[in-house]
Design a protein around this ligand. Structure first.
Ligand code: PGA
Length: 243
């Protein structure tokens, strides 16, 4: 696992967007795995700037998002579907039919999970997967547990994640208790993986992750140690407890 320590959030976003743009220029039909949350917003902003000012072309790009809250309609302002439109897709020339986010409102969530992994496979697999990390070490909504699912599945959010994500909702009670999330196997099949972490709120998670090279289901991000092309871009604040 390669670790890049950069000064701050802007430097992290610059670096991540540069790597994504590089991937897209090498392969204009690339399949990108995308993340939500506050971490990648700067990366998306920079990619939007590159689209506007440097003609970065998304017309043949396909995307798959990591996760979605169960029970939220795509029009709900807290759904990841809504987030992706507002923060990214509405501002670039991506074809909406090439963007994929699990459907949190579908009746048969299990079928949605199976169908999601099949769709990734049919698209040829993910070339470049962008990840954030939760304060509890989760990636996507793969929460620390005794065992982790390999495939896309329905997950129950931990108290820590509900607390961390409640900042986007009017109260913690409104945060959905379940979500659909890609599994560890779905993520590890990506050809390249870049995990972003910024701010002191992630310092303990980064310290726990880098404290040893052991893979632990209690630190889902540690599974990235098994990947041949995984990079962590971390700012100085998130790296501060490692030094
Ligand atoms: P954040 O979430 O980007 O909002 O900090 C990251 C995560 O929980 O994976």
């Amino acid at each position: 696992m390669q670790i890049l320590v950069v000064k701050d959030y802007d430097a992290m976003s610059q670096q991540a967007s540069h790597l994504i743009a590089q991937e897209m220029k090498k392969n204009p039909c690339a399949v990108l795995g995308l993340a939500t949350g506050s971490t990648p917003i700067g990366t998306y902003k920079e990619l939007i700037r590159m689209y506007r000012e440097e003609h970065l072309d998304f017309s043949r790009i396909t995307t798959f998002n990591l996760d979605e809250y169960a029970g939220l309609d795509t029009s709900h302002p807290n759904s990841y579907s809504y987030y992706m439109r507002v923060e990214f897709f509405d501002h670039i020339n991506i074809k909406k039919e090439n963007t994929h986010i699990p459907d949190g409102k579908i009746k048969d969530l299990n079928m949605c999970c199976r169908y999601y992994d099949q769709s990734i496979e049919q698209a040829g697999g993910i070339d470049f997967q962008l990840l954030g990390i939760g304060p509890n070490g989760h990636i996507a909504f793969i929460e620390p547990d005794e065992a982790l699912s390999v495939h896309t599945n329905i997950v129950t959010l931990t108290k820590e994640t509900i607390a961390a994500n409640s900042r986007f909702f009017s109260s913690p009670d409104e945060v959905p208790r379940q979500a659909i999330s890609m599994g560890v196997g779905s993520i590890l099949q990506a050809r390249k993986i870049v995990l972003l972490a910024n701010g002191v709120g992630k310092a303990q998670a980064i310290k726990n992750l880098l404290a040893s090279d052991k893979v632990s289901t209690q630190i889902p991000a540690s599974f990235l140690y098994l990947h041949p092309q995984a990079t962590i871009i971390v700012d100085e604040a998130a790296y501060s407890l490692v030094l």
